[in-house]
Write a protein that binds this ligand. Structure first.
Ligand SMILES: [Zn+2]
Length: 396
C-alpha cells in the first residue's frame, strides 16, 4: 500500500512548528515547578483542542517522595497530567505518550530558547516538547485520512517523567489497559535510532541508626552508624557480580561532630536491572542484607521502573518503524539502552510500545540540548504509517 500521508515541509508549516516548540520550551517546567508544568500543560491543551478530542482533561497526580540527606521525608508536589481521548470506543486504540516536565529546575541558568535556522536550542526542546509537537502532527494526519477515523487514540502527557512518574503510575496503568499499542515521543537516540529494550531503574535508600556516644568518655558504648553503613554499602555493591544487575551507591550522608559516635547514616542508590527476575532478586537482596546487619537498617524505595525487555509484540512494532522509515528513505534501527522512561511502565502493564519516536535532537539533560524542527514532518508521517500497520495487523 502506498502512503497517503503528506509530508508537509512548506516553510510556513515549519515556522508554525518552530513557534509551537518555542511556546512550550520558553516556560520552565522543571519537575518540581508545578506552576510552570501547568502553564506548559495549558499551552499544550490549546494545541490539542484543535484536534477536537472527545475528552481533554488536566488531571492532578500524586506528589513525589523525596528523602533529604538527613533522612527526613517530604512529598514534593508536581503539576497536572494532560489526557485527551478521541474515539475511545474504536476497536483499535493507540496511546501517544510524552511528558511536560524537564530536568531543569526553575532557577537553572539554561532557560532561553534560541532559534538557529531550523535548529532550536533550549531546555526541553528535544526532551520532550519537540516530541509533543510531533505527536500533534501525527494526530492531525490521522484526522486527515479516512482510515484514521477507524482508530481511537489517547494522548497521555505526564508531569513527572523525569523523576520516575511516581504520581502518574495509575494513569499509565489505565492507559495500558485502554489501548492496543503505544507510541512514545521521547527524543530519538543520538544516532537517530529508536530504543528497543530498556533496563529498569530503581532508587532506594538505606538508613542506618546506631547509638551516639562521646568519643573521649564512652566510645565503647556507641554504635557507629557510619561504620554500619560502610559495611552495608560494600555488601550491596558486591551485588554487581550478577549479570544484568547494576548497583550504584551515589550518595552517602550522616554523622556530625567529629567527637561523637554517629547515630545516623544514609546511603542512596540507583539500580539498573535487565529483567523482572533481576529486579525481584536485587530487591530481595537489599532486604536480606539490611535485615542481617548489626545495626538497625531501614530500606526505603522511592521510585521503581520495571525493565522493558524485547518481546515478540515489540519486535513487530520495531519492524513497522524500520519499514515505514525505509519507505521515506530513512534508516531507523532499534538499539537496546540502559536508560528508561514511561515506556517501561506501559510495557510492564501490558502495552507494547515504541517510546523514542520523538523529534531528532541531542544533548538532552544538558545546556547543549537541541532539536531539529525539519525532522518533524518525515517522522510524523512515518509514525502515522507505523500506527496504520499496527491497526491493519490487529484488524485483519
Ligand atoms: Zn524525556
Amino acid at each position: 500500500m502506498t502512503s497517503d500521508i503528506e509530508v508537509d515541509t512548506a516553510p510556513g508549516r515549519l515556522d508554525e512548528l518552530t513557534a509551537r516548540v518555542v511556546a512550550l520550551a520558553e516556560i520552565n517546567s522543571g519537575s518540581y515547578n508545578p506552576d510552570g508544568v501547568n502553564r506548559c500543560g495549558e499551552r499544550l491543551a490549546g494545541f490539542v483542542a484543535e484536534l477536537a478530542p472527545a475528552t481533554l482533561e488536566m488531571i492532578p497526580v500524586g506528589a513525589s517522595p523525596m528523602i533529604a540527606p538527613d533522612g527526613s521525608r517530604r512529598e514534593a508536589p508536581v503539576g497536572m497530567a494532560l489526557r485527551a481521548t478521541k474515539r475511545p470506543d474504536a476497536p483499535f486504540r493507540v496511546c501517544l505518550f510524552g511528558h511536560l516536565d524537564t530536568v531543569f529546575a526553575v532557577d537553572d541558568p539554561f532557560r532561553d530558547v534560541t532559534v538557529a535556522g531550523r535548529r532550536l536550542f533550549g531546555p526541553g526542546v528535544a526532551d520532550c516538547k519537540g516530541g509533543l509537537v510531533l505527536a500533534m502532527e501525527v494526530l492531525r494526519h490521522l484526522d486527515s485520512v479516512a482510515w484514521g477515523h477507524d482508530i481511537g487514540w489517547e494522548l497521555l502527557v505526564v508531569p513527572d517523567e523525569e523523576i520516575g512518574s511516581v504520581g502518574s503510575k495509575d494513569l499509565l496503568r489505565r492507559a495500558a489497559e485502554a489501548n492496543d499499542v503505544g507510541i512514545g515521543f521521547e527524543p530519538s537516540l543520538p544516532s537517530g535510532n529508536v530504543a528497543a529494550a530498556r533496563k529498569g531503574s530503581l532508587n532506594v535508600h538505606t538508613i542506618v541508626r546506631g547509638r551516639a556516644a562521646h568519643v573521649g568518655r564512652a566510645h565503647d558504648q556507641g554504635r557507629s552508624a557510619i561504620r554500619g553503613l560502610a559495611e552495608v554499602v560494600v555488601e550491596l555493591e558486591a551485588l554487581n557480580r550478577r549479570d544484568g544487575v547494576t548497583v550504584n551507591c551515589g550518595r552517602i550522608s550522616g554523622g556530625g561532630a567529629l567527637n561523637v559516635v554517629p547515630d545516623f547514616a544514609m546511603g542512596s542508590y540507583n539500580l539498573r536491572v535487565e529483567t523482572a527476575e533481576d529486579q525481584a532478586w536485587v530487591q530481595d537482596r537489599f532486604d536480606a542484607i539490611s535485615a542481617a546487619a548489626d545495626l538497625d537498617v531501614e530500606v526505603i524505595w522511592t521510585s521503581t521502573r520495571p525493565p522493558k525487555p524485547r518481546t515478540p509484540a515489540l519486535e513487530l512494532l520495531l519492524a513497522d518503524v524500520a519499514e515505514a522509515a525505509e519507505a521515506r528513505g530513512l534508516h531507523i534501527a532499534a538499539e537496546d539502552t540502559g536508560g528508561c522512561c514511561d515506556g517501561n511502565d506501559l510495557a510492564a502493564a501490558g502495552l507494547p510500545n515504541v517510546d523514542s519516536l520523538g523529534i531528532f535532537g541531542g544533548g538532552i539533560h544538558s545546556a547543549d540540548e537541541f532539536a531539529d524542527i525539519d525532522s518533524i514532518p518525515a517522522r510524523a508521517a512515518g509514525v502515522t504509517e507505523v500506527i496504520r500497520r499496527a491497526w491493519q495487523r490487529a484488524t485483519t
